[in-house]
Design a protein around this ligand. Structure first.
Ligand SMILES: [Zn+2]
Length: 386
């Protein structure tokens, strides 16, 4: 884990791993597993590569003749580590994190300026601790607004916690928080939540795609928002993206930026009115009042379709995932288990799991009579849990 007050190689690996199409359904658990019992490593390409290569070489914890859940988990994680290593090589000429963020900040603020929203007075600070009364808040970034300034004497602006700094991820946070900061100037009792979070995520998605590429931006979003199992609080963010997809389809990016510009002057009440309009009928007076029709980018629409359709619950145990790759229609289960040196008891249970938990397989006696796993494996939509 990254030590307090220091950005090290784990921050680098974490950031890069968010940009990869992982098969693991919980990126935080993956990091915990990878960095367990490890000492800090340098924030450098060679140190990160050496660390991950060592992880790939690790033998099974217990000498084992057959593959059970523990072994399947280790094999699948090694495969995900391979994906992270590949991405790390592509990202070889990375900048020091502070430089990457400064570059991204300038780019993001220029984007807002293009839409006549001036955020040049919003500083972005890297801090070792958030100011009181927020010092115990476990977050990677916070946006302090006029309320914080007047109530707690905290200067307005965005603070990024040094411990959580990571390439790509922190940049996405900066643009997310910049959208919140559009409402920082006006005092109100409204919360920064719901549809506003959707605005933050979608505009951040668009900016991150412009800066780092579409695939990087998609994976960042999937790894952050579809962690399984999910807390109820995290689900509110997923719902916010669904809600903002309605706004984007209606008014495009230009329209969304119009709404933010008005919010920049009038405050977050505008976001609350819009939220109500989504639930009570878009064709009401608000829709016309708000915006001109703006551009809709086909890639963004494709991402929103994919995000809305995403099968969050297609998650199985590592051995069930491992077995899904081996089974074929008509095959004998006991033969598959034997040929692939799978633990017979755990193997039988894993096949049952594919049938009962996600209904991708149908069996009759010892035979597989239906198999729908291949499509979801191909699309990387079936995931394993650790
Ligand atoms: Zn937010």
């Amino acid at each position: 884990m990254s030590s307090k007050g220091k950005v090290n190689g784990f921050n680098l690996i974490k950031g890069v791993s968010y940009t990869v199409a992982l098969s693991c359904c919980n990126i935080s658990s993956l990091h915990k597993y990878l960095f367990e019992d490890s000492h800090s490593i340098d924030y450098s390409f060679s140190a990160a590569v050496a660390f991950l290569k060592n992880k790939q070489k690790e033998k099974f914890a217990v000498e084992s003749n057959s593959i059970g859940q523990t072994e399947a988990k280790q094999l699948l994680i090694k495969r995900d580590v391979g994906k992270i290593l590949k991405k790390l090589h592509e990202y070889r000429f990375f900048l020091p994190i502070e430089e990457e963020l400064a570059k991204y900040e300038a780019f993001a603020k220029r984007f807002f300026k293009k839409y006549d929203i001036d955020l040049s007075n919003i500083p972005i600070r890297i801090v070792d601790e958030f100011p009181a009364p927020y010092s115990s808040v476990q977050a990677s970034a916070m946006n302090f607004d006029i309320f914080d300034q007047e109530e707690f004497n905290i200067p307005m602006g965005i603070s990024l916690h040094r411990e959580y700094l990571a390439p790509f991820v922190s940049a996405a946070k900066v643009s997310h928080e910049l959208v919140h900061s559009c409402f920082s100037n006006t005092y109100s009792h409204y919360l920064a939540r719901g549809l506003e979070e959707g605005f933050c995520d979608l505009i951040s998605f668009i900016l991150t795609a412009k800066m780092f590429g579409f695939k990087v931006s998609v994976n960042l979003m999937l790894n952050s928002r579809f962690i399984y199992p999910q807390t109820q609080f995290l689900t509110t963010y997923v719902e916010a993206i669904r809600q903002v997809s309605i706004v984007y389809r209606q008014v495009g990016l230009g329209g969304m930026m119009d709404i933010l510009r008005k919010g920049n002057r009038k405050g977050r009440v505008i976001m609350k009115e819009l939220e109500e309009a989504i639930f009570t009928g878009w064709e009401g007076k608000l829709a016309g009042e708000f915006v001109r029709k703006g551009d809709r980018n086909p890639n963004v629409l494709r991402f929103l379709d994919f995000f809305i359709a995403y099968p969050y619950s297609l998650v199985v145990s590592p051995l069930a995932y491992f077995l899904a790759e081996k089974i074929t229609v008509g095959a004998s289960i006991s033969e598959i288990i034997q040929t692939n040196r799978i633990d017979p008891f755990e193997g039988e249970e894993a096949v049952k799991e594919l049938q009962q938990r996600v209904f991708l397989v149908l069996t009759e006696g010892d035979r597989i009579i239906s198999d729908e796993t291949k499509l979801f494996l191909k699309l990387n939509l079936l995931r394993y849990e650790i």
